[in-house]
Design a protein around this ligand. Structure first.
Ligand code: PLP
Length: 428
């Protein structure tokens, strides 16, 4: 399948090259002659839009005294003992590259952690790759498996990077809409109509950014059976797995029958350990897939920074209580934001993981972007319009509760005033 598609892509690239004049600096490829370098940008990148989150926060950055529920980043500082591990390592001369796969002690700690928390056994020598955040792991996973024209299914609304990353790899992103009425769950039956002979992989993100949905065991089992029957890969981004509430079960598709050999499991330290600035994550996969990802990683990144890796070892060995403490606080805020939003008239399902609430705001005749802009203008509260997460996010707002309870209370009381005004205006 891949060879045939590669052939098509090569042909279309050749046709492109013959038809198009060689671009020169300050002359657009379309021949307009204006002062633009657009012609240098690879054709497959030109149509990929900037992240809607970034666009919105460019606007937010021009305003003063805004309370932001926009950022997908923990408000906690990295626990001190984890920072100390980096400082100690630096003090003792840890200033070098590491093995391309990452420090063996970190890979061993990851193997122990994943085995215990997800029930999937990975060999630290051949099946674990340490990366620069889940961002790099995601890019490697997609590039390692995607030939030009291969289709990658993902549920939507979901993380803003998925469609662009697939397009960067010359693949075709295929969104599968999920619905508020179903708690944004994803089932086998929802995926089936989107399958074609070009489908290569299913990309999962549970708990989901931005909806907070989690994957129920029966849904995971159905998706796993589909993957086995149709010989598909599953890439699962579980960066929020530690932030699952109500004592909910964590289901890892890699641990289901027949799945380990066809799953690339991604996780990292940014969210649950509050380590966004360290830039460290990992991918677990069968040896041949790990080797393929490693090939890209070694030529493009070499290795994740050694000081971040040292901190990650400490996080896995001794960070369990920190994660539990932060999870408990997020859960307290989740309960508060969920009830406040529903009380003020913004219907919101109960997010069962991550740190986002995703209320429906479509009852007031405004697009999600206009709703967010007016909320910003009138009450100085910044939330991300749901449309930033794909067309099926239209009508929703992403409100992050990775912010202090005090700020959250103030933001929600401002939102309640905004909704009251809007309600009078719209419903009379
Ligand atoms: N995956 C999801 C679902 C995310 O929400 C994010 C960050 O917001 C990432 C991956 C990137 O994480 P990292 O900081 O590990 O690169």
């Amino acid at each position: 399948m891949a060879g045939e598609l590669e052939g098509e892509a090569v042909l279309s690239r050749q046709a492109d090259a013959e038809d198009t004049p060689v671009p020169t600096p300050f002359r657009s490829r379309s021949g307009g002659g204006g002062p633009t370098r657009d012609g240098w940008v690879a054709a497959h990148l030109r149509d990929i839009p900037r992240s809607g989150i970034r666009d919105f926060f460019d606007i937010v950055s021009t305003r003063r005294d805004v309370i932001s529920l926009g950022i997908g980043e923990p408000d906690f500082e990295t626990p001190w003992h984890i920072r100390e591990a980096s400082i100690y390592a630096l003090d003792h001369g840890a200033t070098s590259y590491t093995a391309n796969l990452g420090l063996l002690e970190l890979r061993q700690a990851i193997a122990a952690y994943v085995g215990e928390s997800c029930g999937a056994a990975y060999d630290p020598q051949t099946e674990i790759l340490v990366t620069v955040g889940v961002s790099e792991a995601l890019d490697l996973a997609v590039r390692a498996v995607c030939a030009p024209g291969d289709e990658v299914l993902y549920h939507e609304p979901t993380y803003v990077a998925y469609a662009p990353v697939v397009a960067f790899a010359h693949g075709t992103p295929v969104p599968v809409p999920t619905r508020r009425e179903d708690g944004f769950r994803l089932t086998r039956a929802m995926l089936e109509p989107a399958l074609t002979r070009r489908t290569k992989a299913i990309l999962l993100n549970f708990p989901t950014n931005p909806t907070g949905a989690v994957l129920a065991r029966e849904d995971a089992a159905g998706i796993a059976r589909l993957a086995v029957e149709r010989d598909l890969l599953v890439i699962t981004d579980e960066i929020y797995a530690e932030l699952t509430y109500d004592g909910g079960e964590r289901v890892n598709v890699a641990a289901l029958p027949g799945m380990k050999e066809r799953t690339i499991f991604l996780n990292g330290f940014s969210k649950a350990w509050a380590m966004t600035g360290f830039r460290v994550g990992f991918a677990c996969a069968p040896p041949e897939l790990t080797e393929a990802m490693m090939k890209i990683h070694q030529y493009t990144m070499m290795c994740a920074p050694i000081l971040a890796q040292k901190a990650a070892v400490e996080a896995l060995r001794s960070g369990r209580n920190d994660v539990a403490r932060m999870r408990a606080e997020y859960e307290r805020r989740r309960n508060f934001i969920h009830s406040s939003l529903n009380e003020m008239g913004l219907p919101c399902h109960l997010p069962q993981g991550a740190f986002y609430a995703f209320p429906y705001v479509g009852d007031y005749g405004l697009s999600s972007k206009d709703f967010a802009l007016r909320l910003l203008d009138e009450q100085k509260v910044a939330c991300v319009p749901g449309s930033a997460f794909g067309p099926s996010g239209e009508g929703f707002l992403r409100c992050s509760y990775a912010t202090s309870m005090e700020a959250l209370k103030e933001a929600l009381s401002r939102m309640a005033a905004f909704v009251k005004g809007l309600s009078a205006e719209f419903h009379g």
